[in-house]
Design a protein around this ligand. Structure first.
Ligand code: SF4
Length: 354
């Protein structure tokens, strides 16, 4: 055996996101949060520029489209959210609450690739008070029904929390709302800023998890599985309702072994107290013709299977057909994963499979 084989493997933790370039809308600096982010950018010595609008960032460095895309994922834009009408967010919540748009992750299958079109850079909004006032209006309109807000529809806000603090603001607000609930999902483990916040059980934090194969092949620049599970344990210890989203569920050679392993490892590593009131959301892989073209351009070597011939066509909400698995495969995936979930977590709840 060589000495190398005796050397313990150093597994480096996934570092919090650090942008290469930051743009500020001038008005953003009139808000305490904008000013605080500017101070942070200066302290970290990150290059910054001023811009007239967070929707008009041009001239990002890079020769090719792929280079520009990679640069955009390292570019942060600090602006003001002007549209305060919230989109619907079925099936996980009533409304999407917009605190950020864009993500530093490089998940091949991510739907932001098409929904954000030519603007893949990361936008964060400093007028959190306006966003919270709008949420309050939606809650008042629907009460005594509970109104749920999803904060991760267009971004992964946990990965940005060390810069924005916006999730903390929303959690504190929602703690006092009898009829309001917050939820968000993440692939990052940087949850420490959230642990001491008063939440009253009104915020459900979910971790996106997947089989080893899917994480390794398709989720570069996100936290490792072990990091996510450790963070889930911290979240449960802090008393937050906890959940997992298994998405996208992918059919590949060995999927039964992969998803079986995933749930077995989750059962073994999740602290016992974290398994009460646990929810699961299951989302099979889907794509559109547009997303397929974009993914093939941005990740030309991807092993993501997107063969229209092997899929079932389904009418999509945005007027585009999407391609999901044929019924037989869907049923096999759903049944197998459901059984494994209840085997390891008999008290959990599956919210939906879509
Ligand atoms: S972490 Fe989530 S939002 Fe970010 S690229 Fe991956 S799938 Fe998209």
């Amino acid at each position: 055996m060589s000495t190398l084989e005796h050397t313990p493997v150093q597994t480096r933790g996934t570092k919090p996101f650090m942008p290469d370039l930051v743009f500020f809308e001038p008005d953003a600096l009139n808000y305490p949060k904008g000013q605080r982010i500017m101070d942070w950018v200066k302290a970290k010595d990150i290059p910054y520029r001023m811009t007239t609008s967070h929707n008009r960032i041009t001239n990002l460095p890079g020769e090719t489209e792929v280079e520009k895309y990679r640069m955009a994922k390292k570019t942060l834009v600090v602006g003001i959210r002007k549209t305060l009408t919230f989109d619907q967010s079925k099936p996980s919540a009533e409304y999407a609450i917009p605190i950020s748009t864009g993500c530093m992750g490089h998940c091949h299958y991510c739907y932001l690739q098409t929904t954000l079109g030519a603007k893949p850079y990361i936008r964060i909004y400093v007028n959190t008070d306006d966003i919270i006032s709008a949420a309050k209006t939606y809650i008042e309109e629907r009460k005594p029904e509970i109104t749920r807000f999803e904060a991760a529809c267009t971004s992964d806000p946990v990965g940005l929390e060390h810069i924005t603090g916006s999730l903390g603001d929303l959690i504190r607000f929602m703690a006092d709302e009898e009829f309001g609930r917050l939820r968000f999902v993440t692939k990052y483990h940087h949850v420490d800023p959230l642990l001491d916040i008063k939440h009253n059980g009104h915020t459900r934090i979910r971790f996106s998890i997947n089989s080893d194969y899917v994480i390794k092949q398709f989720e570069p620049a996100t936290s490792r599985f072990e990091e996510r599970i450790e963070a889930a344990g911290k979240i449960a210890r802090a008393g937050y309702p906890l959940g997992f989203i298994i998405a996208p569920i992918i059919w590949y050679d060995g999927w039964e072994k992969g998803y079986g392993e995933l749930l077995r490892r989750l059962g073994e590593t999740l602290p016992q107290h974290a398994t009460k009131d646990l929810t699961f959301e299951l989302i099979q892989h889907r794509f559109t013709k547009t997303s397929k073209a974009v993914i093939e351009k941005r990740y030309p070597k991807t092993k993501l299977e997107m063969d229209i011939e092997k899929r079932k066509k389904k009418w999509g909400r945005w007027g585009q057909n999407k391609y999901v698995y044929p019924d037989e495969q869907q049923n096999a995936l759903r049944e197998f994963i459901t059984e494994r979930i209840f085997e390891h977590f008999p008290l959990s709840r599956i919210e939906y499979f879509t």
